[in-house]
Design a binder for this molecule. Structure first.
Ligand code: EPZ
Length: 423
């Protein structure tokens, strides 16, 4: 079994460079299927979710050349299958983007029901509704999703029942090559939505309004190859280092990020008493005292991201008062609080709300990464805690954070990667 051993406590100081955005990359890789040619992608994060996507695409017939660990050329000229390996697609959530992208190119598509972090119910009714509105037939049977179309997809007006990142991405993917105009309302506005639209527009798509509540897509007959596209920096990786810098009373310059994307997190760090300096493409976070307590409520962008909720909880756990977290996106995102309680945190979580009373110290304990972002929070807790904190189930963390141990090491942390073989 593999684990991280985090030697705490420590204060983070220095510079760290952010990788490409996971949640943009997992939509852009399948989006390349819409072009019968080559796409040259830069700033692709080297994480296990991307390696899994590369495997899925290769199994469909893509030829993928690794120029470097963060630069790929994907040639989809010879993709001839739209039946994705169920073993691979069932492992992670973002495999559902194959529905929209493959249906743009093929008459019949099959994927497995997507897996991913266990955050409570994760229905795909909005994805299905979108494809049906565009003229497809969708069936969910025996753990698989089957989508088919008799003719080309046809543009249509679509109103999403709730703001969904994945459904917005799938609508964009499916409507890009559809005949006519699609207007999607009540869409998600996350930076990765805008990045997907920019990527497709760079190949000749006609997508307007990404980043607002309404997206209009005028279908085009075909897309052309793209000579080079650089994926945006990861908002959540940036936020993770911002919180880690503040809670360890450090001073960290976070490079290759987009400060505008960080505003909801910056606002909470300022409330906590940190100093946050914004530069053109970097942010410096400094903190030299115990954090003030605050209330945080998750909501779709530009609100406070649910994917930063576990990390910000560590700041509250070490605060000088009582704070509150209200989780409005996922129904089971507080499972990680049991792990923090083992370390001496004072947290009472019920339903959508957690009350967090600040304590003076956390102490090491064997803890689990319940999901990707909770895993990042466990590392931050280990950096604050007295002693050696063992973090298990770290495969969740490796899904979404590139070189996490060496990035923290460059800031003065000591995190060992240990496998049974090395014991
Ligand atoms: C994306 O998930 C992210 N994943 C998640 O990040 C993130 O937590 C989430 O957006 C919210 O920001 C990827 O981008 C790959 P949603 P997604 O559809 O698209 C409900 C991480 O750690 N809903 O915006 O699956 C749903 O239950 C991951 O990187 C429906 O009811 O999230 C939820 O309550 C974890 N029906 C809400 O909408 C649907 O058809 C928002 O979900 C779709 C969603």
């Amino acid at each position: 079994m593999e684990k991280f051993v985090v030697h705490g406590p420590c204060s983070l100081n220095g510079e760290v460079t952010i990788s490409g955005a996971k949640n943009a990359a997992v939509a852009i890789l399948p989006a390349t299927l819409l072009v019968k040619g080559k796409c040259h992608l830069e700033n692709v994060p080297d994480i296990s979710d991307i390696r899994a996507y590369v495997e899925i695409l290769e199994a469909l017939g893509s030829k993928i050349t690794h120029i470097s660990k963060n630069e790929l050329i994907i040639d989809n000229s010879n993709v001839n299958s739209a039946i994705a390996s169920s073993e691979l697609t069932s492992k992670f959530r973002a495999s559902y983007y194959l529905l929209g992208s493959l249906l743009g190119r093929f008459d019949k598509v099959q994927i497995s029901l997507p897996g991913g972090c266990n955050l409570g119910a994760r229905p795909i009714d909005q994805h299905i509704k979108i494809l049906e509105k565009l003229g497809a037939t969708v069936e969910v049977r025996n753990g698989n999703v089957y989508a088919s179309r008799k003719d080309t997809l046809k543009g249509a007006p679509i109103f999403l029942d709730m703001v969904s990142v994945g459904a917005t991405m799938n609508a964009i993917l499916a409507a890009t090559l559809a005949e006519g105009t699609t207007v999607i309302e009540n869409v998600a506005k996350e930076p990765h939505i805008v990045d997907l639209a920019n990527f497709l527009n760079s190949m000749g798509a006609k997508i307007k309004g990404a980043g607002t509540d309404t997206i209009k897509i005028t279908g085009v007959k075909e897309l052309h190859q793209v000579s080079s596209y650089s994926i945006i920096p990861d908002q959540i990786e940036t936020g993770t280092f911002m919180v880690a810098a503040a809670v360890t009373k450090g001073d960290v310059l976070i490079k290759n990020c987009i400060p505008k994307h960080m505003e909801p997190i910056t606002a909470k760090l300022l409330e906590a008493g940190a100093t946050v300096e914004e530069h053109a493409d970097s942010i410096r976070v400094k903190m030299d005292k115990k954090p003030n307590a605050f209330t945080v409520k998750t909501s779709p962008y530009p609100g406070f991201p649910t994917d930063m909720q576990p990390q910000i909880c560590i700041l509250l756990a070490m605060s000088n008062g009582t704070g509150m977290i209200v989780e409005n996106i996922w129904e089971s995102r507080f499972q990680y609080t049991d792990e923090l309680t083992k370390m001496g945190a004072d947290i009472s979580a019920h339903g959508t709300t957690a009350i967090v009373k600040g304590v003076d110290k956390l102490y090491s304990a064997p803890i689990r990464a319940h999901d990707l972002r909770a895993g990042a929070a466990m590392i931050i807790a280990g950096l604050v805690a007295e002693g050696n904190t063992e973090v298990y189930d770290i495969y969740h963390i490796l899904r979404g954070y590139e070189d996490i141990t060496s990035k923290f090491a460059s800031l003065g942390a000591n995190i060992e990667y240990v496998t049974d073989e090395e014991k």
